[in-house]
Ligand binder design. Structure first.
Ligand SMILES: [Zn+2]
Length: 144
């Protein structure tokens, strides 16, 4: 296989905003694991880099996600765009509660230095983190 032209069409696996230009207004990408044999099946990531890292690290994905090309294909097939204010989809047996403040989940955010921080919190806490992140991005280098 000619590998010289493969890298040109695949964004960096560390680039969380690689396809953001394709998103409907106000929505974000969500990256669920749809492999039934994977222990994380049904879990959803909000950061592209973390999802791709999962494909590389989980043994269950080793057979199908060996190359960046394969991971890119999986990414494009499984991801969906979603309103960031909605709870992410959960595992098949997850039963949503009516009060969103009762729901707690793990999510990843990126700080100003580009480091990914794993957080656990309610929808309100996640929204606050996302809002903070968005503010710091639009402000850029400026500190308030
Ligand atoms: Zn998985």
């Amino acid at each position: 296989m000619d590998s010289s032209n493969l890298n040109t069409s695949i964004p960096s696996e560390f680039d969380d905003e690689a396809d953001d230009a394709l998103l409907p207004l106000g929505e974000v990408w969500a990256y669920p694991c749809k492999l039934t044999s994977c222990p994380y099946n049904g879990r959803s990531w909000q950061l592209r880099s973390q999802f791709l890292l999962h494909l590389q690290e989980q043994d269950a994905h080793q057979a199908h996600a060996v190359t960046a090309v394969a991971r890119r294909a999986i990414e494009l097939e499984w991801r969906y765009s979603t309103d960031p204010n909605l709870p992410p989809r959960r595992a098949p047996h997850f039963r949503p509660r009516t009060d969103s403040e009762e729901q707690v989940w793990t999510y990843g955010i990126k700080d100003g230095a580009g480091n990914i921080i794993n957080r656990t919190g309610t929808q309100r806490q996640m929204e606050q983190d996302l809002a903070r992140l968005r503010n710091s991005e639009s402000i850029g280098e400026t500190t308030v």
